[in-house]
Design a protein around this ligand. Structure first.
Ligand code: ALA
Length: 424
């Protein structure tokens, strides 16, 4: 496992602490060739790769500690319960030091937002109320609100974009009013890379008494997140994008809000007392964790966070800023290539969506795959955003801590070759 040096010279420390070669060596997936080439994985915005430590932790859990949690009184059950709850505490710290009771384990970001669209939505939305989202939302933070608006006869509004793919903040105040009950937005766009100024939006939303829901799926893996500073009422993200397993994520919620909400799913573990005519609920967060959760996933979520924290979220952010700047500069040297979203690395993450005239993004992806390069192509689960951009699809290269300039070079070289291949 990669270790942080104790050197005090900041620049030297930065360089040494970001040794991508040693980080990459922790990820067994890179020890293979794809189509006869080294694997250049540029699809971490879809899902990150897993370090050996996480893979080993999953193996260890099932080999030595496997049992259901919160139910048994035997040694294995106690071990599993304690590891599961320990992971909750870790996630609470990762989010800037919130109360551990404010962290609900879910199956992922989508599940967290769906939970809210029912639990919160059923409680506070009435006919004529308004829900404000943005034009850049992933379907996970869009479809649940569309459906809630339909169920309740409420009005769904959206913050439009500027030409360079930021939220048009001049429109926010005009879109908020006393009927606005929920403001839901992404912390970082999975298509444009844009990092949204949530604090300003949260402040304006709270002035109107609205609840602020933040989709953190793309931001949490790449930068330090402090949900209190953001003043998010709810914040959701997924383990599989932060080096952890699929099928697990969390929903953070301010305690008083979680306590006032009804549960979304009911069943075992989320109850206090059950009668045939009445049921009372367990305390938060258990009220929202009906059924047997993804125990191995939740426990090894902690291993993934440990790995990231050993490197440092600030270091990861800085590394990605540098890599994004390098990638944008190199990509823009390809004639005709167009990048969607802001070019300023201080307000964007490392997911870079682009188009090349006359070559469909699916063809770009297939050509790159033949060179061992994995990207995502399509609408990126953001069809309304694609319409706003006037595109049917884009190609997207997304970078993470195990990528470096050689990966950008491989991408640019392959794109250049692709243009010759397509005679464009
Ligand atoms: N939300 C993931 C992506 O943007 C799946 O690729």
């Amino acid at each position: 496992m990669h270790t942080k040096p104790k050197n005090t010279d900041a620049a030297l420390m930065e360089k040494q602490s970001f040794d991508v070669t040693s980080i990459k060596a922790d990820f067994p997936i890179f020890a293979q060739e794809i189509n006869g080439h080294r694997l250049v994985y540029l699809d971490s915005a879809a899902s990150s790769q897993k370090p050996q430590a996480v893979i080993d932790a999953i193996d260890r859990f099932y080999s030595t500690d496997n049992a259901n949690i919160h139910r048994g009184l035997h040694a294995l059950a106690e071990r599993a319960t304690s590891a599961y709850e320990h992971s909750r505490t870790k996630v609470a710290k990762f989010l800037g030091g919130v109360n551990r009771e404010e962290v609900i384990f879910t199956s992922g970001t989508t599940a967290g937002i769906n939970l809210l669209s029912y639990s919160l939505g059923e409680q506070i939305i009435k006919a004529g109320d308004e829900i404000l989202i943005t034009e850049m939302e992933h379907h996970a933070n869009l479809v649940p609100w569309v459906m809630l608006a339909k169920r309740k006869n409420a009005v769904l509004k959206r913050i439009p974009l500027t030409r360079d793919g930021r939220l048009d903040l001049t429109k926010v105040n005009g879109l908020l009013n006393s009927r606005t009950k929920i403001v839901a937005l992404t912390h970082m766009s999975n298509v444009l890379g844009t990092i949204n100024p949530r604090t300003e939006i949260a402040e304006a939303a709270h002035k109107k008494g609205a609840v602020v829901v933040v989709d953190g799926a793309q931001a949490a893996p790449h930068m330090p997140v402090n949900v209190k500073e953001l003043d998010a009422d709810f914040y959701a993200f997924s383990a599989h994008k932060v080096l952890g397993p699929t099928g697990v994520g969390i929903l953070y919620g301010k305690r008083e809000l979680l306590e006032s909400l009804p549960p979304f799913m009911t069943g075992g573990e989320m109850i206090r007392e059950v009668n045939f005519d009445n049921v009372t609920w367990n305390e938060v967060p258990h009220k929202f964790e009906a059924g047997t959760p993804h125990i191995a996933g939740a426990i090894t979520f902690e291993t993934a966070i440990d790995y990231l924290e050993q490197i440092g979220m600030e270091n990861i952010r800085q590394h990605e800023i540098e890599l994004t700047e390098y990638a944008i500069e190199k990509l823009l040297q390809i004639e005709g290539l167009e990048i969607q979203g802001p070019l300023d690395s201080s307000i964007r993450g490392s997911a870079i969506s682009f188009t090349v005239p006359d070559i469909h993004p699916h063809d770009i992806s297939t050509f790159l795959d033949s060179k061992g390069i994995a990207i995502r192509a399509g609408h990126h689960c953001a069809q309304p955003l694609m319409r706003a951009l006037g595109k049917v699809a884009t190609a997207r290269a997304s970078f993470y801590l195990y990528n470096d300039e050689s990966d950008v070079d491989a991408l640019v070289e392959a794109l250049t070759e692709m243009k010759k291949y397509f005679r464009i």
